[in-house]
Design a protein around this ligand. Structure first.
Ligand SMILES: C[S@@+](CC[C@H](N)C(=O)[O-])C[C@H]1O[C@@H](n2cnc3c(N)ncnc32)[C@H](O)[C@@H]1O
Length: 476
């Protein structure tokens, strides 16, 4: 994606795995579009980006021109009409960034978004927000759904499923209050504050950004919501004043979010990122072998967390802040550079022999991944290779990544003309993908289609076809 000026929770994870590399792209004729498209005509692809949230957003948003200084004024006026509160603003020469807040969002929980007027308008028109602005009948349904998400949240930062507790050496963390099964829903929350990444590069004065951040927290959030936000970690408790505290909270607790299908891509055709705090989810500490996974749904503006494996009552619930497919030293370096803590998770604390074996598996996973993504006839990919990938992920306890391996296995078996094994893995990929990417994720749709009818899927006999140099029409 783009150069990150600030570290965010799971920025690597999103960057290298979650949105770019491992996902199916809806290829029709032999490849995964938008990823590493091979020799086929990429015009068969649905779209370049594999993450298509069909339910979300105003499709026309994608064709909107980028804001310029001249038309920004009109946009600010329109955005101010749409959003209940939109103050203050900080001009940067070509566009103004303002705080757009909605105290009524998510049943009065509230939300603040720091962005340009154009983007604020696009967000206001998206499915998650339009009901709040138009008062259409959808509003009831929308609010009901968001209320449902928040049912598990108490104002004291606990729920029947989890509680916040002091964790030695890590600050606070989240503890399971009940035994959870893989796939169990843990929580869903909407954001407190979202900051358009452009602010970090475009606003020359740090004070301007800080003033906007303070205004975002002061306005727009309910008292309870603001209380949970302000209690979040600042990592080192070293701040001079309120503004710096708010800034540190944001920097310690933000996730990287893209509003695909809602906000237009930038001039380079890249999705705009939003630095986003989901305060209850931000209580989760890092583990290189996490037991929970999450995804953001632009249709509701909620982030959903599910168990990636069974979690025992009393166990800490963790997520990974980085791409876990890295050797131990790379993971430690990454966490130290971006997060300034030494990782003491079980994978990082193994003895030398076990670390060497683990690192070797990571190298093997990376090598196999390359083959499984290779669509030229010379690819070494086979169903056995995909099975090996599943095994390596299991040995490495990479439960949050298993859907990738199941997806590859489904494609490889189908590509070799083995529909029953393909169907089995497609179903497993769907089951896992629902927790990793959500029901609207294009990869999940892809696997559902394969499971329904492997013979009609683009991957049917694909490997055989390529290796034997058959024409696509030779296969029905
Ligand atoms: C998003 S917060 C996580 C919740 C935080 N522990 C709290 O008290 O609210 C990120 C911060 O938690 C701490 N942290 C997270 N995972 C950790 C780990 N595995 N080991 C040590 N500290 C960790 C670091 O201070 C990091 O900057």
């Amino acid at each position: 994606a783009k150069d990150h000026v600030v570290a965010s929770l799971a920025e690597d994870y999103y960057g290298s795995s979650r949105t770019d590399d491992l996902l199916l792209g809806g290829a029709q004729n032999g490849g995964w579009c938008g990823l590493h498209v091979h020799d086929d005509d990429s015009s068969h692809c649905h779209g370049e980006n594999s993450v298509e949230y069909h339910a979300a957003g105003d499709a026309s948003a994608n064709s909107q021109p980028q804001p310029s200084g001249e038309d920004d004024e009109a946009a600010i006026e329109e955005a101010s009409r749409l959003w209940p509160i939109s103050t203050p603003c900080a001009p940067n020469g070509t566009r103004a960034y303002c705080v757009y807040t909605h105290p009524g969002f998510a049943s009065g929980r509230g939300i603040s978004i720091l962005t340009s007027a154009r983007t604020a308008i696009a967000i206001a028109k998206s499915v998650a927000f339009s009901a709040y602005f138009t008062g259409e009948p959808a509003e009831e349904e929308q609010q009901e759904e968001q209320r449902g998400f928040l049912l598990n949240l108490g104002e004291d930062e606990s729920s029947p499923l989890w509680r916040v507790q002091e964790m030695p050496g890590k600050g606070k963390g989240l503890i399971a209050q009940r035994n959870l099964e893989a796939g169990d829903h843990i929580m869903s929350t909407t954001p407190s504050v979202m900051i358009d990444y452009n602010l970090f590069t475009d606003l020359a004065e740090a004070d301007e950004l800080m003033a906007l951040q303070v205004a975002a927290v002061e306005g727009g959030l309910s008292d309870a919501h603001r209380g949970i936000f302000m209690a979040l970690s600042t990592h080192d408790d070293d701040f001079a004043d309120h503004a710096e505290r708010v800034s540190k909270i944001i920097h310690t607790n933000s996730f990287d979010i893209t509003l695909d299908g809602i906000v237009p891509k930038n001039d380079e055709g890249v999705d705009e990122n939003f630095y986003t705090v989901f305060p209850e989810i931000s209580r989760m500490n890092h583990d290189c072998r996490p037991n929970a996974e999450y995804y953001f749904d632009p249709a509701t503006f909620a982030q959903h967390v599910h168990a990636a494996r069974p979690i025992a009552a009393g166990e800490e619930i963790t997520i990974s802040y980085i791409d876990p497919i890295q050797t131990r030293q790379d993971r430690l370096d990454r966490l130290d550079n971006s997060w300034h803590f030494p990782c003491s998770c079980s994978a990082c604390m193994q003895n030398r022999d076990m670390t060497a074996a683990s690192d070797a598996r990571i190298h093997q996973i990376l090598e196999i991944r390359k083959q499984l993504r290779e669509w030229a006839p010379s690819s070494q990919a086979t169903p056995a290779m995909a099975e090996l990938m599943i095994s390596l992920y299991e040995q490495e306890r990479l439960w949050t990544m298993l859907y990738e391996a199941y997806t590859y296995a489904a494609i490889e078996y189908n590509g070799a003309g083995e529909p029953w094994a393909a169907t089995k893995y497609a179903r497993l990929a769907v089951q896992r993908g629902l927790a990793s990417g959500g029901p609207n994720h294009s990869d999940v749709h892809e696997m559902e289609a394969l499971a329904r009818n492997p013979w009609e899927h683009w991957s049917w006999m694909l490997r055989t076809r390529k290796r034997m140099n058959w024409e696509p029409h030779a296969v029905s």
